[in-house]
Ligand binder design. Structure first.
Ligand code: ZN
Length: 404
């Protein structure tokens, strides 16, 4: 009979082996032993148990240097299905994947938080989850859980959205509400934290344990990864980088304060700068493109025209790139990350942003902190948050499955 301590060690080893297979599949038993530091006999026993549980499968043969072919291990594709959602300020993105995070279905729908009630938007979330569950059912897969990223401060313990300034929502017990309808594990997290996880597990930050994710949509969010763990602070509210005050004489922020970083950067700031410039330098081309009303100008139009060489549009993006770089330099001084990942709407104007952000960061940050720093753009793009939500569910479910 195993003692309590031996049993605990066995369960932790099982979880470690499972995660090594998930992250590095296809992988042989010998390489699992290398990655985990466990001896080969222990790895073999654990792998056999995982195969018996229906969680791991043996796949194709691996070339072996010593002539004996090894057998590759991987998670079973049909081990279950996972649902990930990003609830943005004016959209919902949902992704359904199998057990190895391959997309089975995804869609994006618009929301209108200024005219639509909270109940109606939550109704849309429920309908999308229903749709994903019916596809899961058609494919005879077992639904494992739902992860949801929201643009605000989240109380993880209670599964509650505490405040989302850009949605104008407060104290929404979303996990409880969804649990009343769906008998599934529901995970609620901040969208930027999930996007950081999405890049860590499935994108540009793979195997990078110290990085900062900066994401701009209507707001500006951040996810801080320290030693392979999201830094959440004492109550889970860390990472609100968009509300660092950078201009006390600046614009009013959605949080009610003045001159937050998110008022200086992001699509709204770009549009504001273009419109201000147009008051002094009227531009017939832009006026025609907006059908005579600059209120019709969108961020996507500004990006398109700037790439085509329109000076007013290009200047606005360049100004914002500089403010973005200055804020990132401060974060680099504080956290000394290996990598800064820029995501969200910024991806659209990567070619204009990147050289200016890099120049500003490397000239503003303290040299030793920035010496080996890389600045990269999101690889997962608009799916980063939904895939982070998938990662959270898989992480927890796999731990539960292997620890029981
Ligand atoms: Zn603010």
């Amino acid at each position: 009979m195993l003692t309590g301590d031996q049993d605990k060690v066995r369960r932790i080893n099982k979880s470690v082996v499972m995660n090594a297979i998930r992250l590095h599949a296809p992988i042989s038993r010998a390489r699992v032993a290398n990655f985990t530091g466990l001896n080969r006999g222990t790895v073999s026993n654990i792998v056999n148990a995982l195969i018996e549980d229906g969680l791991v499968s043996e796949d194709s043969q691996e070339e072996s240097k010593i002539g004996r072919p090894g057998i590759n291990l991987g998670l079973r594709r049909d081990g279950g299905a996972v649902i990930g959602l990003e609830v943005g300020v004016d959209f919902i993105n949902i992704v359904l994947t199998n057990f190895v995070a391959e997309t089975l279905w995804e869609t994006v729908v618009e929301t209108h938080p200024t005219t639509q009630s909270q109940t109606s938007i939550i109704g849309q979330i429920e309908q999308l989850i229903e749709q994903a569950l019916s596809i899961t059912n058609e494919r005879h897969l077992r639904p494992l859980g739902v992860g949801i990223g929201l643009p605000g401060l989240i109380n993880l313990r209670r599964g509650e959205l505490v405040i989302a300034p850009n949605l104008n929502w407060k104290n929404v017990p979303l996990r409880l509400m969804l649990n009343q309808r769906f008998r599934l594990p529901i995970y609620i997290e901040n969208e930027a934290n999930l996007s950081a996880l999405g890049e860590y597990y499935f994108g540009v930050a793979r195997s990078c344990d110290n990085f900062i994710y900066v994401c701009s949509g209507i707001g500006l969010g951040g996810g801080i990864m320290i030693n392979g763990n999201l830094f959440r602070g004492s109550h889970g509210y860390a990472g609100e980088i968009g509300h660092i005050q950078r201009d006390p004489q600046g614009e009013k922020c959605a949080c009610g304060r003045i001159g937050c970083w998110e008022t200086q950067v992001g699509p709204r700031a770009v549009l504001r700068r273009v419109k201000k410039d147009l008051q002094m330098h009227p531009n017939q081309f832009l006026l025609d493109a907006c059908h005579g009303d600059f209120n019709n100008l969108t961020f996507n139009m500004v990006v398109k025209f700037s790439l085509e060489g329109n000076e007013i549009c290009k200047q606005a993006i360049e100004d914002v790139a500089m403010y973005l770089g200055e804020g990132i330099a401060d974060l680099v001084n504080i956290f000394n990350p290996e990598l800064v990942v820029i995501g969200g709407a910024f991806i659209l104007c990567k070619d204009i942003l990147q050289p200016i952000v890099e120049k500003t960061v490397f000239s503003s940050a303290m040299r030793p902190s920035a010496d080996s720093l890389r600045i990269a753009f999101s690889e997962r793009g608009t799916d980063a948050c939904a895939f982070g939500a998938i990662a959270v569910v898989l992480d927890d479910i796999l731990r539960e499955m292997t620890l029981n």
